[in-house]
Every structure is written in C-alpha cells, then in structure tokens.
Write a protein that binds this ligand. Structure first.
Ligand SMILES: *Cc1c(COP(=O)(O)O)cnc(C)c1O
Length: 314
C-alpha cells in the first residue's frame, strides 16, 4: 500500500518515520551479513527518502515565519528539487527552484516534474550558481524581494540536519535488531554526519561517497556530527563511486539487476545501488577464507531518490 505524507506537522511526520518498514535481505550477494534495509523510499512516493527528513523542519520554519514561498537550488537531476516541488504542491507553498546552467530545449524528466508540481524554475549561469552560499545570492539573481524561506542546495542547513537527527532517533526506536553498522550513501555528507548525532553507540556509521569528493564529504560529515563530539563515529568507503556522480558501470548495473530480481525493492544508480554494491563487495572480501561465524547485523538506509533512475549517464 502506498503511503503519503498528508499533513504538515511534526507529530504526523514522526509517526510516518516510525512506520517506515525494515526489509530483511536473505541474499547470497551479502555473505556473512544479516542485512536489513530501512525503506525510507516508502515514506512518500514523491517527498522521498532523506530529502523528506531534510525538508520537514524547513517547511515548518517557513510556515511559522508566515512565509508562503520556498526558494531552493540544485542541478537538473536533483532529488532535493524534486522533493521540494512535490512538498510545495502538497502543503500549499509556492516554490522557486534556482537551477544551474541555461534552460535546455528539453527539460530533464525531473525538471518537467518540478514544473508540473508548480515550481517556478529560474535558470542561472554556472558563475552565478557558484555564489549560491553567499549572502547576496538571491538579490544578485533578482529574487531579493521574494518573501520566501531559502533552503540551500540539497537541504543542507540546520533545519535539514535536525530532520536527519529525527531519522536517527526513529531508527533507534524502531530497529528490529541491534545493528553493528549502519550504511548510508553520501552526496554532501550531511546525512551521515547528522545521523551520527541522532543515533546511539555502539552502532558504527559507514558512509559511501557516490562521487569523487571524499575529503569534502568527510569535512561536511564532521561538521554536522561534531556538535555532539561524535566525529569518530563514522568511516568512509573509498573508491565506490563508479566513475563519479551520476555515472554508472556495467558491473553496477548487473549487480543492481541481480539484487532487484532477488528481493522486492527498487534501487537507482546514483546512490542506493552504489551503497548496496559497496556493502556486497566488502562482505565478500571479509568472509572469504573464513568459516561461518555469527552474522554481522547491518542496516542499509534506502534514502529514496528513485526519480533519478531516469537520468542514466552513459
Ligand atoms: C541526497 C541523497 C543522498 C545524500 O545525502 P547527503 O546528505 O547529501 O550526503 C543519498 N541518497 C539519496 C537517494 C539522495 O537523494
């Protein structure tokens, strides 16, 4: 059954987060591991995955301030833009999406969705886009007078981090077993870092960078984790990006097909297939040559973003 976020309130959101299912995976692709996938892709079909968590406090903040517009920015396949546009339509906010680069003759499927959800798209040059974290950014692109709440790219602000902490708490309250490790795909690293301050010891957090930016991701994760002195709580898997952000490889595609055909779940190549592949690879390496010991309990977060599957870069 498909569930939707129908009401903009913290209570309703926490309830939805507590109802996200955990799926146990019994696949020989992950030897030696008792693997569970938390299906945050199912929290809502459109306001999906970790982006829903990054948005909740931003939406509440805008409403509390009496602002009727959410302004944010991203690229042509941004899951955050997609989720923000859907959330605006659902909860009655106008939305403005500042998109990097010139308007192409044919919009990406994601941007077509965003427009259909009512988002006003503003294309800005790559040079202007570089200033997206500067104080004068909105004024510089002619949006200085809009009475809107600005959400940085990817939902990377304090409200975004608080939402991810809420995810961490929901996991602590609903986890089916005690996990030794919790794996999460990293774009900026905010989700990894903020989870470290939302979840309890001794679960170790393992981040899988999906682009060639490990040092920046480590720094970002540290920044969001350090408020609670939790910055030794996570590690990063190196070289799991399959060529870079949005890139895929034939080995990744074969793996994704195999897993999807064995288990009832859908992944995408940008984040979730890469994290599952990295975990499978590590489990194969650590079990080879050893006898059958007790299985290690691992939680893998399905952070949603399935709309991005439409944008394969070959
Ligand atoms: C944005 C995104 C991530 C990465 O989140 P960060 O907080 O930027 O590291 C992971 N998975 C999916 C599906 C995403 O859309």
């Amino acid at each position: 059954m498909i569930r939707y976020l129908t009401e903009l309130s913290l209570e309703a959101f926490i309830e939805a987060a507590r109802n996200v299912p955990y799926q146990q995976i019994n696949s020989d692709l992950f030897p030696g591991i008792d693997l569970w996938i938390r299906r945050d892709d199912l929290i809502d079909p459109l306001i999906s995955g970790n982006k829903a968590y990054k948005l909740i406090y931003n939406l509440l903040e805008a409403r509390d301030r009496g602002l009727d517009t959410i302004i944010t920015c991203g690229g042509a396949w941004s899951n955050h833009i997609h989720a923000t546009a859907a959330a605006g339509l659902r909860f009655g906010f106008k939305t403005v999406g500042i998109i990097r680069g010139h308007r192409p003759p044919v919009l990406s499927a994601m941007l077509q969705d965003a427009e259909r959800f009512g988002m006003e798209l503003r294309f800005v040059s790559r040079l202007d886009y570089k200033k997206r974290n500067d104080a004068g950014f909105l004024a510089g692109i002619g949006l200085g007078d809009v009475a809107g709440w600005f959400v940085p790219e990817g939902g990377a602000n304090l409200q975004g981090a608080r939402g991810i902490q809420l995810l961490g708490k929901a996991i602590e309250q609903t986890k089916p077993i005690d996990f030794e490790e919790c794996w999460v795909a990293c774009g900026t690293g905010l989700t990894l870092g903020a989870l470290a301050s939302g979840m309890k010891e001794p679960t170790k957090l393992v981040g899988v960078p999906v682009l060639k930016a490990e040092p920046a991701i480590r720094e970002e994760a540290n920044q969001w984790a350090s408020t609670n002195n939790q910055n030794d709580r996570f590690s990063l898997i190196k070289g799991a990006h399959h060529g870079g952000y949005g890139k895929s490889s034939s080995i990744l595609e074969v793996f994704q097909c195999a897993l999807e055909s064995q288990e009832s779940l859908v992944l995408e190549h940008v984040y979730t297939a890469k994290i599952a592949y990295a975990l499978a690879e590590q489990s194969r390496m650590t079990t080879s040559g050893k006898g059958l010991g007790a299985k290690k309990g691992v939680l893998l977060l399905h952070t949603g973003g399935l709309q991005g599957a439409r944008g394969v870069v070959k």
